[in-house]
Design a protein. Structure first.
Length: 184
């Protein structure tokens, strides 16, 4: 009977003792990393995803609408610029953690079949990083410059581009989590 991992699917044909070594609790190919170390790697990966996706949810669904309702542009835009600055610093660190842990896990498979979900997560994650970089390198500097110059229409214009891009990334982040958990 072929070994099957609930997190990864069918495992390569091996002796039973090798199969148990090959799957670190939902992670095939963990021969070079003990199960508890692999779990720590997955924990770091998930915490970084939570920071990024959860932060987008908070900013888009909770903070921005209330700020838009209660604060005029001369107060709202400096607040949002400062919050986004801190958030983007955290996301940059999270992306490094996501890439490092994700690539490590891919490397751990070394020749074994990689689950399709991992490819999907990597592809969606790459698109999210591109969108993040467009915001960080193009539109966020415009927002900061507008706030520094107290040019509220220009700051509003920058936010009007940032907001839908964050919504796209939020939806992609939720899709990635769904693929990870429901991908079969």
């Amino acid at each position: 009977m072929r070994a099957y991992c609930t997190g990864c699917g069918p495992l390569p044909r091996r002796r039973k003792a090798d199969t148990l070594q090959a799957c670190g609790g939902g992670s095939p190919g963990a021969e070079s990393m003990p199960g508890s170390s692999m779990r720590i790697l997955v924990l770091i990966h998930l915490l970084a995803v939570i920071v990024w996706v959860g932060g987008m949810f908070f900013a888009h669904v909770c903070l921005r609408p209330v700020a838009a309702e209660q604060l005029p542009p001369p107060q709202r835009l400096p607040l949002l610029s400062a919050v986004l600055g801190r958030f983007f610093n955290a996301v940059s660190i999270a992306i490094v953690a996501i890439l490092a842990t994700g690539l490590w896990r891919f490397g751990e498979l070394s020749g074994l079949p990689i689950p399709w979900r991992w490819h999907a997560m990597a592809g969606i994650g790459a698109l999210m990083i591109v969108i993040y970089l467009v915001i960080l390198l193009n539109y966020y500097p415009r927002l900061k410059a507008a706030v520094a110059a107290q040019d509220w229409p220009a700051g509003g214009a920058a936010m009007n581009v940032i907001r839908p891009l964050v919504l796209v990334n939020l939806n992609l982040g939720v899709l990635t989590v769904a693929v990870a958990l429901l991908g079969g």
